[in-house]
Design a protein around this ligand. Structure first.
Ligand SMILES: *[C@@H]1O[C@H](CO)[C@@H](O)[C@H](O)[C@H]1NC(C)=O
Ligand SMILES: *[C@@H]1O[C@H](CO)[C@@H](O)[C@H](O)[C@H]1NC(C)=O
Ligand SMILES: *[C@@H]1O[C@H](CO)[C@@H](O)[C@H](O)[C@H]1NC(C)=O
Ligand SMILES: *[C@@H]1O[C@H](CO)[C@@H](O)[C@H](O)[C@H]1NC(C)=O
Ligand SMILES: *[C@@H]1O[C@H](CO)[C@@H](O)[C@H](O)[C@H]1NC(C)=O
Ligand SMILES: *[C@@H]1O[C@H](CO)[C@@H](O)[C@H](O)[C@H]1NC(C)=O
Length: 253
C-alpha cells in the first residue's frame, strides 16, 4: 500500500531479496520501478558519493553478484531530470546475524514482524533489542509488534548467544493511518467555522453597541470630561514622580 503511494509520484527502488540488511557475498538486485529506461540507481557509501550503479543487467536492473561491507550506504533511483525516488539504507555485514524488517517505513496500525536471520541454522533463543533495551525473546527468530505506532520508532537489533548480534536497524513509522483523511478536513473546517462564528458574534456586538450608544451618548460624554480635569492637579501636588515630568517641569515653572 505505502509503496504504491510513493510510486504514483516518482519511481520506486525495489530490492531483491526484499530487505535492507545483507550478509557479505550475497547477490542483491536493485530495480527502479516506474520508468526503468530513464531511472538509474545511485548510492552514497563511505567511499563513493552519488555513484551510479557499477553494473547493469540488460533489463536495466542494478546487479551485485557479491555485496561487501563497503557497499553499505544510502541507495535511491534518480532520473536525468534529477527527480529522486525513496531512499533505502542498505547494511552489509560480515557477522552471523541480520535483522529483517521492511525496507520502507511501515504505516501506523500495521502488524510488523522482525525476523532475525542467521547465516547458519541455530537452535538457541533470539533476543530482540530496541534502543539497546531487551524487548523480547523468541525461539522462532520472529518478533511481532502488533499495531505499530510512532512510539515504536527506534533502533532495533537482534542477538543470539554464541552467534553475536545483528547491525542496528532504524524503524520509521509513517503517520498516515486510516483515520488520517479526516484530520485535514478537521484542520480546515474547524478554523473556518470558528472564524465565521467569531465574525457573527462581533457583528452582533457592534450592532448592539451602536444601538446602545445612541441611547447613552449624552451621559457618557459628561463622565469623561469631569475625570480628566481632576488628574493633572493631583499629579503636580505629589512631589514623588519627578522622573515622569522632568522634561515638562522647566517649561511650566
Ligand atoms: C520513460 O522515459 C522516457 C525517456 O525519458 C520517456 O520518453 C517516456 O515517456 C517515459 N515513460 C513513462 C511511462 O513515463
Ligand atoms: C549523498 O551525499 C551527498 C554529499 O554528502 C549529499 O549531498 C546527498 O544529499 C546524499 N544523497 C542522499 C540521497 O542521501
Ligand atoms: C539512513 O541512515 C542515515 C544515517 O544513519 C539516517 O540519518 C537516515 O534517516 C536513514 N534513512 C532511512 C530512509 O532510513
Ligand atoms: C494484527 O494481529 C492481530 C493478532 O494476531 C490481528 O487480530 C489483527 O487483525 C492484525 N492486524 C492487522 C492490521 O493485520
Ligand atoms: C517469521 O517471519 C517470516 C517473515 O515475516 C515468515 O516468513 C516466517 O514464516 C515466520 N516464521 C515463523 C516461525 O513464524
Ligand atoms: C546477547 O545477549 C546476551 C543475553 O542478553 C548477552 O549476555 C550478550 O552479551 C549479548 N551479546 C552481544 C554480542 O551483545
Amino acid at each position: 500500500m505505502e509503496v504504491t503511494v510513493l510510486c504514483a509520484v516518482v519511481a520506486c527502488l525495489r530490492l531483491l531479496p526484499s530487505r535492507s540488511q545483507f550478509f557479505q557475498y550475497e547477490n542483491v538486485v536493485l530495480s527502479c520501478e516506474g520508468n526503468s529506461t530513464e531511472w538509474r540507481v545511485r548510492r552514497n557509501t563511505s567511499k563513493q558519493i552519488n555513484e551510479l550503479c557499477p553494473s547493469y543487467s540488460i533489463d536495466s536492473r542494478c546487479i551485485f553478484n557479491n555485496v561487501y561491507e563497503h557497499d553499505s550506504g544510502v541507495y535511491w533511483c534518480e532520473s536525468e531530470a534529477g527527480e529522486r525516488s525513496n531512499e533505502v539504507n542498505i547494511t552489509v555485514t560480515d557477522g552471523e546475524l541480520i535483522l529483517e524488517s521492511p525496507e520502507h517505513p511501515v504505516s501506523e496500525g500495521e502488524n510488523l514482524t522482525l525476523h532475525c536471520r542467521a547465516r547458519t541454522s541455530f537452535s538457541s533463543l533470539t533476543h530482540f533489542y530496541k534502543n539497546e533495551e531487551l524487548i523480547g525473546s523468541s525461539s522462532t527468530g520472529n518478533f511481532t509488534i502488533q499495531s505499530v505506532s510512532k512510539s515504536d520508532e527506534g533502533l532495533y537489533k537482534c542477538n543470539v548467544s554464541g552467534l553475536g548480534e545483528s547491525e542496528e536497524r532504524r524503524l520509521a513509522v509513517r503517520g498516515c493511518s486510516p483515520q488520517m483523511p479526516t484530520a485535514p478536513v478537521a484542520y480546515i473546517v474547524l478554523p473556518v467555522v470558528v472564524c465565521i462564528l467569531l465574525l457573527f458574534v462581533l457583528m452582533l456586538l457592534c450592532l448592539f453597541r451602536n444601538h446602545k450608544g445612541r441611547l447613552d451618548r449624552s451621559v457618557s460624554y459628561t463622565d469623561v470630561t469631569i475625570s480628566q480635569e481632576g488628574k493633572p492637579q493631583r499629579i503636580s501636588d505629589v512631589g514623588s514622580v519627578p522622573t515622569l515630568y522632568s522634561g515638562v517641569m522647566p517649561d511650566s515653572s
